[in-house]
Write a protein that binds this ligand. Sequence first.
Ligand code: AMP
Ligand code: ZN
Length: 104
Amino acid sequence: MSDCLFCKIIAKKIPATIVYEDEKCVAFADIHPKDKTHLLVVPREHIATVADATEAQEPLLGHLVVTAKKLAQQASLVGYKLQFNVGKEGGQEVFHIHLHLIGH
Ligand code: AMP
Ligand code: ZN
């Protein structure tokens, strides 16, 4: 999506502190961290919100969780939160699915 902030970060048209990339997702530092570590794990595919995700996208969503777990292990986090905000009323501000990894 041409006017999507996270699509632009994935395409490296907007700078971000990218910490991990593979064929399915990209992880980068949240610009307003809520803890010592705050990463966003983002699928390359533009899906606006979890509410729009289909069963066919189940493996992709699972991949985000497993990637977040690996990044948490790499950062030696003692504990962390994994969070999807879904919809405006659910606190979602950027409408490209992203999994928050927040911890220390
Ligand atoms: P959400 O409220 O779940 O949609 O989360 C969006 C997150 O994106 C917020 O935690 C923001 O701090 C973060 N954010 C917004 N713009 C940027 C950016 N340019 N680079 C990195 N993170 C961003
Ligand atoms: Zn997007």
